[in-house]
Design a protein around this ligand. Sequence first.
Ligand SMILES: *[C@@H]1O[C@H](CO)[C@@H](O)[C@H](O)[C@H]1NC(C)=O
Length: 187
Amino acid sequence: MALLLSLLMALVVFSSGLVSSLGCGLFQNHVLVSKNTFMLLGQMRRISPFSCLKDRTDFRFPQEMVEASRVQKAQALSVLHEMLQQIFNLFHTEASSAVWNTTLLEQLLSGLHRQLEDLETCLLQEMGEEGSLLGMQDPTLAMRRYFQGIHLYLQEKKHSHCAWEIVRMELRRCVFVINQFARKIKK
Ligand SMILES: *[C@@H]1O[C@H](CO)[C@@H](O)[C@H](O)[C@H]1NC(C)=O
């Protein structure tokens, strides 16, 4: 019960954050899709995480990226976009479809795909307003490194069920964190 409650509160925080910060006129869609991604990643669980304790690892989520108190909107949107794109790529593989429930996987992928398209529209709009991202350090670099680590881990573990389970939990946490980060986007 306590867990359910904290999960619900988490979802509320997470949706209201997105509502107030992504100014592309697509709020409802973003909120729904993000909540859905978070929930689908939960529903996809196939084995008990307790049987996979030995496979746990620290993927070193680039925390510094989500700690800045004020971020340029275009920068933040591109980080968000990169993360969703990387999650999409990770799950859009043969290795992934061999492990996960096809129905849930398809729902996850189509939701991510839609959200990516929306974000691309926002990003183009923002970059038009702020000028290009040229001259900035590529804000998505740390995110790409983080996902490279995840790919490598899956390879090393030969895409075992436990390895995927560990990755699923990691990404669920990651979706949650990045959506909280979206609240800090400068309006
Ligand atoms: C996949 O998930 C759906 C939705 O939860 C469920 O109805 C279906 O039975 C699952 N399929 C398998 C093969 O587990």
